[in-house]
Design a protein around this ligand. Structure first.
Ligand SMILES: Cc1cc2nc3c(=O)[nH]c(=O)nc-3n(C[C@H](O)[C@H](O)[C@H](O)COP(=O)(O)O)c2cc1C
Length: 194
């Protein structure tokens, strides 16, 4: 079983979302044939330019060497997703939404013909038979708050690429209720059936 762990916090050692992701990764590590791929989207990604979009929409066998080079990062990230069976996404809430680093990753992996197809009724995701575990940490915005834009957008994004099986783990309100909230998330991770 291939596990892909994606972290996005700007913090490294002190990051609560990364700690919880690590805890879940350790649980998957108990599975005998598990392999782990790690991706820190806070490092080395880029925003899309017009040239990237032109390369995306050039048929693969007609891309220039420069275009192939341009979309190499996107190709690598998509391959990581394609080959994983379980996806762990960790994300702090930044300004009611996902961190910009994670949005860059989304824009790099959401590619027509690669991760979704367009049909007359909308889009159909191509990444099937995968499960996603989404770990969300927040300072003061509760999971049920209407200000929580992060979760509905994440649901939409993942189902857009075909990943319908999504389990959410919240450590919310950490600025006000750290001990209870963090422990509850740890417990949820420890009790997950994986
Ligand atoms: C730039 C920035 C924006 C933030 N925006 C919010 C927010 O909109 N709502 C919220 O509840 N917490 C917000 N926070 C707090 C973080 O979500 C919270 O501290 C979280 O636990 C950080 O996760 P981490 O430890 O993995 O970095 C923000 C933190 C930063 C650094």
């Amino acid at each position: 079983m291939n596990i892909l762990l994606i972290d996005s916090s700007a913090r490294i050692g002190a990051s609560e979302s990364r700690k919880l992701g690590e805890r879940l990764a350790t649980r998957f590590g108990e599975i005998p044939d598990a392999t782990m791929c790690r991706r820190d989207v806070n490092q080395g990604l880029h925003v899309l330019s017009e040239a990237h979009l032109a390369a995306y929409y050039t048929p693969a066998n007609q891309r220039t060497v420069a275009q192939k080079e341009l979309i190499k990062v996107s190709d690598i990230l998509i391959e990581e997703l394609r080959t994983c069976d379980r996806l762990i996404l960790t994300m702090p809430m930044y300004n009611f939404n996902i961190p910009a680093s994670l949005k860059m990753w989304q824009d790099l992996v959401m590619r027509e013909g690669e991760t979704f197809d367009t049909v007359p009724t909308g889009i159909v995701g191509k990444l099937k038979h995968k499960k996603a575990y989404i770990i969300i940490t927040t300072g003061g915005t509760g999971r049920a708050s209407p200000d929580n834009m992060l979760e509905p957008l994440t649901r939409l994004f993942l189902s857009g690429i075909g990943i319908e099986d999504q389990t959410y783990i919240h450590a919310d309100n950490l600025a006000y209720n750290h001990e209870n909230s963090f422990k509850a998330a740890q417990r949820q991770i420890d009790e997950l059936e994986i």
